[in-house]
Design a protein around this ligand. Sequence first.
Ligand code: ADP
Ligand code: MG
Length: 361
Amino acid sequence: MNKIVNLYSIRQKRYARIFFIIITCIFILNLTACQGQQKKRYEAQFLLLFDTVTQIVAYMDSKEEFTEQVNKIYDDLEEYHQLYDIYNEYDGLVNLKLINDKAGEEPLKVDRRIIDLLKFAKDVYNKTDGKVNVALGSVLSIWNHYREIGIQDPENAKLPPIDLLKEAAQHTDINKVIINEQASTVFLEDPEMSLDVGAIAKGYAVEQVSKRAIKKGFISGLISVGGNVKIIGRKNPNGEPWNVGIQNPESSGEKSNLHILHLIDQSLVTSGNYSRYYTVNGKKYHHIINPETLYPAEYFTAITIICEDAGEADVLSTAVYNMPLQEGLTLIENLSDTEAFWLLPNGEQKFSSGFQDLLAE
Ligand code: ADP
Ligand code: MG
């Protein structure tokens, strides 16, 4: 029933990049009287945005209709990807990489989308009591460096010296990210500081792009950037909700998903310790750093957040990952229409009060 019927590249002339689109063939009998035609399930995957997999799914009447919508969403996402990129430069574009390069030197005039992300980031810092800090770049780049070396040469994998981390932590004051909205400029006051928006940018971009896509007629679909999932509308004209799985981190586990949820106009984001890590003396060190200890947070294996806004969900998944269970539970229970799922290192599962209502099973 669910078989791949086509595998081909689109838009290669324009982008000359590796990406592909898979069209799966699930025929949905449309029972709505006034729309008595069949819709098919289409799915596209792209590999080059935000250093992760982007997936778009929708039930539509034709491949052409789907491809047209996907192209618009891809173009929009690509702009956000380039603006928020801290590793690469793009011709004629002022992005976060350039802002980092000009730390302590001069303010740069930037696109509104950078100002908006950084305003959001400052708000996030305050709301999470500093647990999510996009000005943590100096510390995170040390961990990235040791992780990359440790992955390349596992025998000689090392932990960053704590003194090195502590010195870098002197340069993580988010108040030194100076945003001048009138002049549309951003300036990092401390020459040693740098931005890393890895904890918030994917969710934030997915949310903004989804809003624009809805305005352009993408009223039902799933957009996921590296597991930052935004569900738009209902799955099909029958009014069914979308099924979204929470991945089982145990790849040898019998179930590939721990839970399947029914979602409508909601976002689901997971932060976990199982996708980006390295091993030192038999112990895994992952990529979410507790700003207080300057070491990877050790409370949980994974956190999943469900709420309406994908940007909020991305923030909360990283924030709750960095706090003990009770603190996270209190935070989540005080937020309306927000649910969370905690997977503990011993395999135990904890849920916020409304989580079970979302379960499909
Ligand atoms: P993922 O990017 O794997 O989906 P997260 O949303 O939790 O997971 O973000 C983790 C990324 O955020 C890290 O790779 C790093 O770039 C950055 N980061 C790690 N710890 C923090 C922190 N305490 N505050 C802000 N950013 C962080
Ligand atoms: Mg996050």
